[in-house]
Design a protein around this ligand. Structure first.
Ligand code: F6R
Length: 604
C-alpha cells in the first residue's frame, strides 16, 4: 500500500519526486522519503508523518541530483519512525518497496551470519542488505538486483538506485503493480500512472514477475524466468482536473457531490436505446451460480447486488469477502461466473481471490474503477464503473457507481433469464435514469444532515439498522462513520436486533434506521419502536410517506425523495456518507486521510 516513484530526469528531481508522492499519498502517509544520486553519491532525506514534513525538511536540508527515488509509507513492519522510513540504504544501494517480503526473518538471520546486521524493524532493509552483499561479492548492480530478486518471497514492488549510477534504476514487480513512464530522454517509475500523470502519459505496465533496467535511453524488461520481454507502451488518459479538490474543503466532499454526474455517466455508458449494453459473452441465461467477491465497501456493494440478482434474475448468488474466500478453498461450479468488485483494482486479497477462481469458472468478470489495474487486466471481462479518480480514503462515488453497474448486470441477467420483459426493463431503466436528479435533490438536504451529524459526533457508539437490501447499506454506513470519525459504529439487519445488539441500546446510543417506505417498512418500524421503548435515539432516514407514518417519537427524521425500492440502496448511500463526513468534520479528524488507513490495500 506504499507509494513508489522514481525519476531519471534532466532537472533537479527532489521537487518532482515530492510532487509525484503527493499523488501517491493516498497509498499511505505514515512517513515519506527520497534518495538521489548526485555527483555519483547516494544521499537521502526522510520524515515521519505526512509528506509536508518531508517538504519542510527539504527546505532546510535540500537534496540535489537528477536521478532519484521516493516513497510514501503505510507501515507494515515497524512503527512509523524515521529509521524505518524508506528509502532504505545499505552501502551502495537505496531501495523503496511496496508490499511484504515474507521470508525476511530467514534472510535477516542469513545476513547476520555474514556480518550484515539490520538497523531497522522493516522487512525492506533485508533487500538493501542482500543487494549490498552481492555487490560486495563483485556483482554489478544489475546482477546483484537479479540475484536478490531470486531470494525474495512475498508480494512486492521494488525500485533500486545505486551509488555511482546516475543513469540507472532497477524496478521489479511481484504482486504489486509498477508502471514505467516514458518521457523525452527522461524515464519514470511509479506505483500507478496517476503519480506520473503530469510527466508522461506513455506507460508500460510491468507484468507479474517482471523486472526492468531503466535508463534515460529507455527500458529493458525481463520476465520472471529472466528472458527479455516485450511489454506494450500504452497511452493513458488521465483527467488531471478530476484529481483537484475544485474548491471543496476535502476530496471526500467533492466526491460525494460528484455522484449525480458520475452516476449519470455510468448509466449513459451502459444503457442505450432502451437496452443494457454489456459484452455479449456475458450470458447469464443458463448460468447455475454467481460468486461475488470483494473487500470492505466494495463487499457491501456485492451484498446489495445479491438481493438484486436473486430477486430480479432468480440467480443463485454467493457473496464473500476476499480475505476469507481465498483461503477457504470454496468449490466453484464450472457453469458460473465469478465477479470481483474493486475501486482500485489492486486490492491484494481480491486479486488473489480472482486468481483462485481462474480456470474454475466459466468467466472472470470484474467491476472496477481503475481500468488499467491488475484486477481489470487479469479478468476475462472488465466492466468500468466510470466514477473518475477517487482520492478520499473513504469510498463514496465508487460505491454508488459499483451499485449502479451491478444493478444493470442484475437487470440484464433477469432479462436473459426471461424474468424481465422489455416493458419492465424499460420501466427500470427509466427509473434508473431519474436517479442522478434524485441524488441532486438529496444533496440539497446536506445542511439538515450536517446538523444531525454534529449531534451524532458527540456519541461514543452508533448503530445502523436496515432490512433487505438496506441491510448492507447499514454495514456501509457504520463503516463510513467509524473509518473517518473514529466513532464506534456497527451495522445490523433490523431483524437481528433482538438477538443481541439490543442490549447496547440506551439514551446515549444514536440508532440510524435506513427505511424507505417499501414492503419491509412496517417490520423495520417495529424494530425501531423496540429501540425507542428503550430510550434509544432514533435517526429515521426515510421518504415523505415513511416520515408521515413513523416519525413520531424519533430523535430526528431525515426525509429523502421517494423512489422505487430497487434503487433505494443507491440513493440512501448519500445521507450515510454525509452523516459520516459531517461527523468527522465536527470532530476535526483528517477526513481524506484518516489514521491507519490507505486508499489502496496492496498487502493482505
Ligand atoms: C472504505 C473503503 C474500503 C475499500 C476496500 C476495498 O471506505 O474504501 O473498505 O472499499 O479497501 O478497496 P477496493 O475497492 O479498492 O478493492
Amino acid at each position: 500500500m506504499c507509494g513508489i516513484v522514481g525519476v531519471l530526469g534532466h532537472n533537479e528531481v527532489a521537487p518532482i519526486l515530492v510532487e509525484a508522492l503527493k499523488r501517491l499519498e493516498y497509498r499511505g502517509y505514515d512517513s515519506a522519503g527520497i534518495a538521489t544520486v548526485n555527483r555519483g553519491r547516494l544521499d537521502r532525506r526522510r520524515a515521519v508523518g505526512k509528506l509536508v514534513n518531508l517538504s519542510d525538511l527539504l527546505v532546510h536540508e535540500p537534496l540535489a541530483g537528477k536521478a532519484g527515488i521516493g516513497h510514501t509509507r503505510w507501515a507494515t513492519h515497524g512503527a512509523a519512525t524515521v529509521i524505518n522510513a524508506h528509502p532504505h540504504r545499505s552501502g551502495p544501494v537505496a531501495v523503496v518497496h511496496n508490499g511484504i517480503i515474507e521470508n525476511f526473518r530467514e534472510l535477516r538471520a542469513e545476513l547476520a551470519e555474514k556480518g550484515l546486521a539490520c538497523e531497522t524493524e522493516t522487512d525492506t532493509e533485508t533487500v538493501a542488505l542482500l543487494v549490498r552483499h552481492h555487490m560486495d561479492q563483485g556483482l554489478s548492480p544489475r546482477d546483484a538486483a537479479r540475484e536478490t530478486l531470486k531470494q525474495l518471497d512475498g508480494a512486492f514492488a521494488l525500485l533500486f538506485l545505486f551509488d555511482g549510477e546516475e543513469d540507472l534504476m532497477i524496478a521489479a514487480r511481484k504482486g504489486s503493480p509498477l508502471a514505467i513512464g516514458h518521457g523525452q530522454g527522461e524515464m519514470f517509475v511509479g506505483s500507478d500512472a496517476i503519480a506520473l500523470a503530469p510527466m508522461t502519459d506513455r506507460i508500460t505496465y510491468l507484468e507479474e514477475g517482471d523486472y526492468a533496467f531503466v535508463t534515460r535511453a529507455g527500458v529493458e524488461i525481463f520476465d520472471a524466468a529472466g528472458r527479455r520481454a516485450n511489454r506494450d507502451v500504452q497511452k493513458i488518459q488521465l483527467d488531471a482536473t478530476r484529481i483537484e479538490k475544485a474548491g471543496y474543503k476535502h476530496f471526500m466532499a467533492k466526491e460525494i457531490a460528484e455522484q449525480p454526474i458520475v452516476l449519470a455517466d455510468a448509466i449513459k455508458h451502459y444503457c442505450r436505446g432502451g437496452k443494457i449494453n454489456l459484452p455479449e459473452e456475458l450470458d447469464f441465461a443458463t448460468l447455475d451460480r454467481l460468486t461475488l467477491v470483494a473487500c470492505g465497501t466494495a463487499s457491501y456493494a456485492c451484498m446489495t447486488a445479491k438481493y438484486w440478482f436473486e430477486s430480479l434474475a432468480g440467480l443463485n448468488c454467493e457473496v464473500d469477502i476476499a480475505s476469507e474466500f481465498r483461503y477457504r478453498e470454496p468449490p466453484l461450479p464450472q457453469n458460473s461466473f465469478a465477479i470481483f468488485v474493486s475501486q482500485s483494482g489492486e486490492t491484494a486479497d481480491t486479486l488473489a481471490a480472482l486468481r483462485y477462481a481462474r480456470d474454475k469458472v466459466a468467466k472472470i468478470v470484474s467491476v472496477v474503477n481503475v481500468a488499467t489495474s491488475s484486477i481489470a487486466r487479469e479478468s476475462d471481462i472488465a466492466l468500468p464503473i466510470l466514477a473518475g479518480v477517487e482520492v478520499g480514503v473513504a469510498s463514496t462515488k465508487a460505491f454508488t457507481c459499483q451499485l449502479a453497474v451491478l444493478l444493470l448486470l442484475a437487470l440484464e441477467a433477469g432479462r436473459q433469464r426471461g424474468r424481465i420483459d422489455d416493458a419492465a426493463l424499460a420501466e427500470h431503466l427509466k427509473a434508473l435514469a431519474s436517479l442522478p436528479g434524485l441524488m441532486n435533490q438529496t444533496l440539497t438536504r446536506e445542511p439538515t444532515i450536517a446538523a444531525t451529524a454534529a449531534a451524532i459526533a458527540e456519541a461514543q457508539d452508533v448503530l445502523f439498522l436496515g432490512r433487505g437490501a438496506m441491510f448492507p447499506l447499514a454495514l456501509e454506513g457504520a463503516l463510513k462513520l467509524k473509518e473517518i470519525s473514529y466513532i464506534h459504529a456497527e451495522g445490523y439487519a433490523s431483524g437481528e436486533l433482538k438477538h443481541g445488539p439490543i442490549a447496547l441500546i440506551d439514551k446515549a446510543v444514536p440508532v440510524i434506521v435506513l427505511a424507505p417506505r417499501d414492503a419491509l417498512f412496517d417490520k423495520t418500524v417495529s424494530n425501531m419502536q423496540e429501540v425507542m421503548a428503550r430510550h434509544g435515539k432514533v435517526v429515521l432516514i426515510t421518504d415523505a410517506k415513511g416520515a408521515d407514518e413513523a416519525s413520531y417519537g424519533t430523535w430526528k427524521t431525515l426525509t429523502l425523495p421517494e423512489l422505487p425500492a430497487l434503487l433505494a440502496p443507491i440513493l440512501y448511500a448519500l445521507p450515510a456518507q454525509l452523516l459520516a463526513y459531517h461527523a468527522a468534520v465536527a470532530k476535526g479528524t483528517d477526513v481524506d486521510q484518516p489514521r491507519n488507513l490507505a486508499k489502496s490495500v496492496t498487502v493482505e
